[in-house]
Design a protein around this ligand. Sequence first.
Ligand SMILES: NC(=O)c1ccc[n+]([C@@H]2O[C@H](COP(=O)([O-])OP(=O)(O)OC[C@H]3O[C@@H](n4cnc5c(N)ncnc54)[C@H](O)[C@@H]3O)[C@@H](O)[C@H]2O)c1
Length: 291
Amino acid sequence: MAKQLRPLAGKVVVVTGGGRGIGAATARALVARGARVAIGDVDLEAAERTAAELGAGAVARHLDVTDRPGFTAFLDEVEAELGPLDVLVNNAGIMPLSAVEDESDAVVVRQLELNLHAVIHGSKEAIRRMKPRGRGHIVNVASVAGKAGFPGGATYCAAKHGVVGFSEAIRLELRGTGIEVSCVMPSLVATELASGVGDSPWVRRARAEDVANAIVGALEVPRFDVFVPKVSGSIMRVLAPMPRRWREGMARALKADRLLLDAAGGHGRAAYEARAARSAPAADAPARAAA
Ligand SMILES: NC(=O)c1ccc[n+]([C@@H]2O[C@H](COP(=O)([O-])OP(=O)(O)OC[C@H]3O[C@@H](n4cnc5c(N)ncnc54)[C@H](O)[C@@H]3O)[C@@H](O)[C@H]2O)c1
């Protein structure tokens, strides 16, 4: 029997990092379903551009997810303006690439704060608000880099593995509370974050809209594991029981182990890496003060 769709019309949804890329596509897909979407982004101009394009269903606010009191205040403001939070999409993230020994402490801290700690903080804030109401949905955007290791993105992988583990734990912790949890694991997606990265011979590059549609699908019929494209989930399941040497040999044969490393430092990523380096003012403040 077909599962009944949960309607999204009128739901209050926050999308972090919704100014461009996957977040903007998700905001667009949600507004199309009648949701009221608050786009929070450290790049206010990008957030305002996207909200203006989406019309009355979307509002834009400045948000640096690494500024935890600021993130809390942003959620308070959204609830005061739009009503109780129904869905939080923890999407904001960055992917600076380099060999691990070349990565500065500041870049390690920025990634852990932005890609992991902010997801934990956002989820805690959402749970605090949703639990008394007995309903809500938290969507954490991780990556296939949360399920496997990719050279050139070791700290990114560490943070995304953290997001997957955290999401699995809160899913169990929240059983019976009415709060749903989804963990989104895209492979390569055609956004600025993946600029300069070559294509995987295994899986086609997805569009931001594919991820957005998968997120909408997981809200309408709640499910935890959301692989985009779906085939990457099947590949993970086939590879999982294989001996490590076989899995690694296959990745080497298909050059999937070189994708991020070969892109690191390349011209194709200069503009993105510069933007990622300005992406977390609150997380970077101690490093700037010490310099
Ligand atoms: N593009 C891919 O190939 C891919 C694959 C797997 C997972 N992901 C994940 O999807 C998410 C979105 O990535 P994307 O590809 O759309 O990237 P993107 O760079 O196109 O967009 C990310 C948005 O997040 C915003 N942002 C950055 N730092 C922020 C901060 N401190 N506070 C608030 N907003 C901030 C940026 O301004 C930008 O608008 C990330 O978590 C990323 O790790 C992306």
